[in-house]
Design a protein around this ligand. Sequence first.
Ligand SMILES: Nc1ncnc2c1ncn2[C@@H]1O[C@H](COP(=O)(O)OP(=O)(O)OP(=O)(O)O)[C@@H](O)[C@H]1O
Ligand SMILES: [Mg+2]
Length: 266
Amino acid sequence: MAKIEFRNVVKRFGAVEVIPDMNLVIEDGEFVALLGPSGCGKSTSLFMLAGIYLPSGGELLFDGHVVNEVEARDRNVGIVFQSYALYPHMSVRDNILFPLRFKKTPRDEALAKVKAAADLVRVAELLDRRPGELSGGQQQRVALARALVKEPQLLLLDEPLSNLDASLRLSMRTEIKSLHQQLGVTTVLVTHDQVEATTMADRIICMRAGRIEQVGRRTTSTSGLRACSSPASSARRPSTSLPVKPRAARSRSTAPGFRSRARRGR
Ligand SMILES: Nc1ncnc2c1ncn2[C@@H]1O[C@H](COP(=O)(O)OP(=O)(O)OP(=O)(O)O)[C@@H](O)[C@H]1O
Ligand SMILES: [Mg+2]
């Protein structure tokens, strides 16, 4: 698990400054949502955490260590993309196995971890299929299993539910939330859906034009998230910060193969 910190982080693409000066601490085991309109920099922030984008300035820290120059594969971060990004020519088993190749995990151990991750998200019966033979919801679960198989210290979810129909989205919200409670992994969810943010995350970071405009928490009503509620009305509003104490990780039983972070005395 990791405590995450953005310290004066800047991101520019050429001359365009997308993130001017981001400061945010995400506590070990916390579930945070980055909420905001299209183009406000949510995915850019997430991709910097993943090591896909390099910050143009400032520091990104995992557990107090600067990771700006650390390769994506060395960060032990699991990511689920909006499009799922599964490899179409590979079986579900090989898709989930893929991140372990970089870790040079022995084959038997890797297959046991795949089975544990597949059990956790209930796709164990689909391991021999290819992604094209799965429904959207099943593909989303496989993408989650692939992100979880290496027991990441940080789980990043970029609009993972947006391709699902309304009822599946509802049930997956609950499932992802209970997975987080079970594993205790520090999680960052990107969404533009206020209800999704407030029902899943402990803390909601409202972003606009690359800046954090408001910090709310799960108990904040959606109408209380003023900075996220109306693009026109909130653009010039000063930032508001609600005092937030991250929830303690819960102790619960964990699927075989997954050590409960809650029980490791964080
Ligand atoms: N690789 C890139 N090169 C140039 N500009 C980029 C790149 N990636 C993102 N941007 C720009 O950075 C800004 C923020 O993009 P980002 O993808 O982070 O937004 P977002 O909040 O995730 O939006 P959405 O909800 O639509 O996914 C946008 O103006 C976008 O065009
Ligand atoms: Mg995005």
